[in-house]
Write a new protein. Sequence first.
Length: 361
Amino acid sequence: MSQQAYDAGRDADEDVLLRVDDLQTAFFTDKETIRAVDGVTFDIRRGESVGVVGESGSGKSVTARSIMGLVESPGRIVGGSIEYKGEDLVGKSDDEWRQYRGGEIAMVFQDPLSSLNPVYTVGNQIKESLRLHQGLRGRDATRAAVELLEDVGIPDAKRRLKEYPHQFSGGMRQRAVIAVALACDPDLLICDEPTTALDVTIQAQILELLEELKVEHDIGIMFITHDMGVIAEITDRVNVMYAGEMIESAPVEELFENPKHPYTRGLLESIPSRNERGAELSTIEGDVPTPNEPATYCRFAPRCPKAFDDCEQVHPVQVDVDESTDDHQAACLLYPEDVSQNEAVELHRSREDRTGSEVSE
Ligand code: ADP
Ligand code: MG
């Protein structure tokens, strides 16, 4: 397919809620420029749950905060676009961006205590969201709040509305946070490691809940985790991130059955057993490098069992892994796998020349 035909195909898809294209977000510190998000591209459709997975430090949270318009100084979006319902959010003022937060795009963080206010009852916090985003007050708001708590599986909802966050257990608190987010009636829910702090049983319940909510409310979900096991349970499509870049993208079954990038293979080999969930991945030797210079080479090469000389000279871009698919991409010089090694390297080199861009302050 030509690039033009491909773009036209993408544009025609009305179910696309979010289209992130070549997003770049950098932190300009005194010491260095950290390219935390360095050319990230992916879509999320209505009713679809899209995973972003990678080790700690790979740029997952900065991607999420970029979409929310919440990148903190000295960070800034320096390139690319974030189209939400066809409207580019990059370049919007803080005020304009605020109108999307909550009502259109809501976020659930890893630590539920940081998103709940300890001095207000859970009920008041849900009702405040209902008032702000849905205009509900008084008895209507109370009724809707009870329904929401029931929706997220909190028993005895009427009584629990009057309780404070510290009276909730960890799992119940995360449910309450999800209820507050849903009270905004968002179309896109971004979950940043929402189950990492929870034990395995509770974690499974929250994942099941999110799956139900996705179907019932027909929302898109962006689900961030470092845990491949969790990704398997919740997502329809997976994007693997490494040092600021998306290095593999595929439907979830395809990714698990047929992983292509050596990094993804490493991640899959290091899935912790069920009772160790939440433990950091450790079987790939070495750490994620800080992306503090332009990617003119493969950032995974130093840790890669398959690396060869070109990996240090040529920056891999996302390509279809072979000719039979347009739904599975990897950014690795080993692909496409149905052409010779030299041809593959040349393909990456020529694409990179076209797309390579400079980040400047
Ligand atoms: P992940 O969520 O995948 O663990 P992050 O998105 O939090 O990773 O971080 C990606 C990179 O951005 C890291 O190298 C981190 O050090 C850097 N980073 C994040 N926030 C800041 C900040 N406020 N200032 C400077 N660097 C930051
Ligand atoms: Mg994070």
